[in-house]
Write a new protein. Structure first.
Length: 114
């Protein structure tokens, strides 16, 4: 299995980024997926999940209403649209398969300046 994140970068506070996680090597459409992030000096945290039926959940209260997780099964890709970015959103963002097996991507860096 392979997961490759892209779309990270450096933005000013209030800006937007769209992260993509392109996958291969497994049957993407049946997998539950998630995005996680890790800020410097902090533990990695779950940000959002999307299951195979495209039901979504957001684990971090501060991203609710600003971030949107989605998936395109025809492209074997999961996305994280991040709007109104804040400095506290900075970190390395990882995509992960949650079920039926667990795989991690290598991460993409997000930097948000005040």
């Amino acid at each position: 299995a392979r997961l490759v994140e892209s779309g990270g970068g450096s933005v000013q506070s209030g800006g937007s980024l769209r992260l993509s996680c392109a996958t291969s090597g497994f049957t993407f459409s049946i997998y539950h997926m998630s995005w996680h992030r890790q800020a410097p000096g902090k533990a990695r945290e779950l940000v959002a999940t999307i299951d195979s039926s495209k039901r979504t959940s957001y684990n971090v209260d501060s991203v609710k209403g600003r971030f949107i997780i989605s998936r395109d099964d025809a492209k074997d890709t999961v996305y994280l649209q991040m709007n109104d970015l804040k400095p506290e959103d900075a970190g390395v963002y990882y995509c992960k398969t949650d079920w039926p097996s667990i795989y991690w991507g290598q991460g993409t860096q997000v930097t948000v300046s005040a």
